[in-house]
Design a binder for this molecule. Structure first.
Ligand code: ADP
Ligand code: MG
Length: 352
């Protein structure tokens, strides 16, 4: 009840908007379920041009508004800053949902990763300065480490709130220039297990390039679409049993892999990697055995990066990309992994 009242009061005092308040700018993207534009407020003096983003969503718009409202209250720093969402009745048959966020920045992680200079092109963006290190594996590793920490931090926020994203990929990670950090966007395929919103997995929403092998987030034995109170009572147990959050962990693991191996950053090479990994029974160590002896210098360099500090990066990667969800690490546990802790690294190398 407290949460309900708070949400209501908060909603009451927040400005509300409608269609005519916005001036459309450049189109930023167009998917199967809607289009995204840079927009500004029509007649608000002092509002900067294009400082907002609008998504016109046909399907799943209601779910996406729900998820964004929830994130706003529970883990705001994990995702792009949500401003407002409403049903725009006049535009299409049955209307379409309009969702407004603050414009976080120009680049997604996908854009940044396709730059030849990656990860150096991100260095000053996230660290504020150039590291006092020569160019090389160590320096690249530290940048990738910072990106991974930010991704896992954002994901831990979502998961602790009870939300599984289900579409984690570089295209859905935006660099927020204001916070100097990566944030998650696009909650259109997300599931909120605590209240049973979008409870049934919509497998056709999943991106096969980054999806974990289980495809379905919840086991097929779980009851379908329970009413909200039932879901609230059951979901902590279901969460424990099925560990749906580990679906996102697999996707983040693939992003980690792509950051370490430049040759796996294109769509076609990632698809080929997925095929190879499947053939190896989703065993990364097995995959490594099959490719390492005939690896290109570029691929070998990726292994070298992950092998730094006693192979701590490789250890983290293999704890995320595993066939069985149950055996994958959680976002919270990954954040405590010695990969993120220089002191811990030393301790680990002593232990070995
Ligand atoms: P889609 O459903 O089309 O994938 P997204 O929510 O992923 O929609 O947004 C599409 C694109 O719009 C993103 O890849 C990103 O480039 C841009 N974008 C979305 N939200 C923001 C934001 N808050 N700030 C800046 N750019 C954004
Ligand atoms: Mg997207």
């Amino acid at each position: 009840w407290d949460m309900f009242v708070l949400a209501f009061v908060e909603r009451l005092f927040r400005p509300t908007y409608r269609k005519d308040d916005f001036v459309l700018g450049k189109k930023l993207g167009e998917g199967a379920f809607g289009a995204v534009y840079r927009v500004s407020l029509a007649k608000k003096p002092g509002s900067k041009e294009g400082d907002l983003v609008l998504k016109k969503a046909t399907e799943y718009g209601a779910v996406e508004i729900w998820m964004n409202e929830r994130v706003r209250r529970a883990c705001a720093s994990s995702c792009a800053d949500f401003v407002y969402g409403f049903l725009e009745r006049s535009s299409k048959k049955g209307g379409e949902y309009w969702l407004i966020w603050r414009f976080e920045g120009e680049a997604t992680l996908a854009d940044l990763m396709l730059n030849k200079d990656f990860p150096y092109n991100v260095e000053t963006m996230i660290l504020g300065e150039v590291q006092d290190l020569p160019k090389g594996l160590d320096r690249e590793n530290r940048i990738i480490q910072t990106i991974m920490r930010q991704l896992l931090f954002a994901l831990d926020g979502l998961h602790s709130t009870g939300i599984v994203h289900r579409d984690i990929k570089p295209q859905n990670i935006i660099f927020s220039e204001g916070s100097r950090a990566f944030k998650i966007i696009d909650l259109g395929a997300a599931a909120d297990l605590r209240v049973g919103i979008n409870y049934i997995p919509k497998e056709f929403l999943l991106d096969p390039r980054y999806a974990a092998p289980e495809q379905y987030i919840m086991s097929t034995q779980t009851p379908s679409a329970p009413s909200a109170p039932v879901a609230t009572a059951l979901s902590p147990v279901l969460w424990q049993m099925n560990l749906p959050d580990r679906f996102d962990i697999y996707s983040v693991g693939l992003i980690f892999l792509q950051m370490a191996f430049p040759s796996l950053r294109t769509d076609s090479s990632l698809i080929q990697f997925n095929r190879q990994l499947k053939r190896c029974g989703y065993d990364l160590a097995e995959w490594r055995k099959t490719v390492e002896h005939r690896a290109s210098p570029e691929l070998r360099r990726g292994f070298e990066l992950l092998d730094l500090d006693g192979g701590i990066g490789w250890e983290l990667l293999t704890s995320m990309v595993r066939y069985k969800a149950r055996q994958r690490t959680s976002a919270k546990a990954a954040l405590a992994h010695p990969y993120f802790d220089r002191e811990g690294l030393l301790a680990l190398s002593f232990m070995q």
